[in-house]
Design a protein around this ligand. Structure first.
Ligand SMILES: NC(=O)c1ccc[n+]([C@@H]2O[C@H](COP(=O)([O-])OP(=O)(O)OC[C@H]3O[C@@H](n4cnc5c(N)ncnc54)[C@H](OP(=O)(O)O)[C@@H]3O)[C@@H](O)[C@H]2O)c1
Length: 275
């Protein structure tokens, strides 16, 4: 089965492409570097020829409110138009648990717009709502700084490893479209402020994390359960401790860092991310 992964060079996309290939599928990693640009439409007709399934795991280079909205609207509209012409039978997009409750956030308004276009299109679809990736915890700290300290609410939080996100997406990609939402999450629940504090401690990042009931998540006021999936969610296996050990083993520079120096991993550009 030919499966095109749009954003196939990204954190989730590259893992997904590898997993699909390991299972014998023809998985194509599409991104601007390989001549496929969803904003301009460049390369879409060619890459979608003969494709049964498309998985959209793109992300906007800018997270400024207007830019991110323009990215997800233009990109999704182009993709769905070219998929209809190519006869693609299943469109899958990765979005965020609780998206619909966080419209105060510019980033999540853009994800709401992306999902609306998918639901209104003629292509059978599955929208996968994932909780936050463990890989995003430092980025979350970066976007939550107020007066030099990280302010986050003490709400429930059930993040997951990017590797488990990719596995779950792979299963959805080889299954039937649900024409609805599939929720995925991590195996354990935490408190948001506490887990980010643990992540920064592991990175030897000296920033203080303040549990602040008035703190926003990516610009949105959230409730106790906004970030946790429902009881039917498919849960990943990787615990935070196991992920921490694995990621420390992969990143020699995860050892003492001068304050503010980013660790060189996919976390490198996560300061601009808010999902
Ligand atoms: N972070 C979280 O905790 C979280 C939680 C739930 C859901 N999500 C969702 O997960 C998705 C993927 O996130 P990620 O962290 O894997 O993203 P990422 O690592 O930033 O990768 C983004 C991908 O999009 C590609 N891309 C950018 N502009 C493009 C364009 N114009 N045309 C085609 N491809 C383009 C990039 O290509 P280049 O490599 O060439 O730049 C890259 O392959 C996002 O949609 C996000 O909303 C994230």
């Amino acid at each position: 089965m030919k499966i095109v992964v749009i954003g196939g060079t990204g954190l989730i996309g590259s893992k997904l492409v590898n997993k699909l290939r390991e299972h014998g599928h023809e998985a194509i990693a599409a991104s601007p570097n390989s001549g496929v640009n969803t904003l301009t439409g460049e390369g879409l007709a060619e890459v979608l020829k003969g494709a049964s399934v498309v998985v959209d795991v793109t992300n906007s280079p800018s997270w400024e409110d207007a830019a991110v909205l323009k990215f997800f609207e233009t990109s999704t509209r182009n993709l769905l138009t070219f998929e209809a012409v190519a006869g693609v039978g299943h469109h899958i997009a990765l979005s965020v648990v609780g998206t619909e409750q966080m419209s105060e956030s510019g980033y999540l308004r853009a994800k709401i717009a992306q999902e609306k276009l998918i639901k209104e299109s003629s292509i059978p679809y599955s929208i996968v709502h994932a909780t936050q990736f463990f890989e995003f915890l430092k980025g979350l700290a970066d976007i939550s700084v107020v007066g030099g300290k990280v302010h986050l609410p003490h709400v429930l939080f059930q993040p997951m490893a990017a590797d488990d996100v990719a596995s779950a997406l792979g299963r959805v990609a080889v299954g039937q479209p649900v024409n609805g939402i599939v929720e995925i999450g991590g195996p354990e629940q935490f408190r948001l402020d506490e887990l980010v504090r643990r992540r920064l401690a592991a990175l030897k990042d000296p920033r203080e994390v303040v549990g602040d009931p008035n703190a926003l998540y990516s610009g949105a006021k959230i409730g106790e359960r906004t970030l946790v999936p429902g009881k039917n969610a498919r849960l990943g296996e990787t615990t935070f401790e196991v992920w921490l050990t694995q990621s420390a083993a992969q990143i020699p520079s995860a050892h003492p860092q001068p304050p503010g120096v980013a660790v060189v991993t996919k976390e490198k550009d996560s300061h601009k991310k808010a999902s």
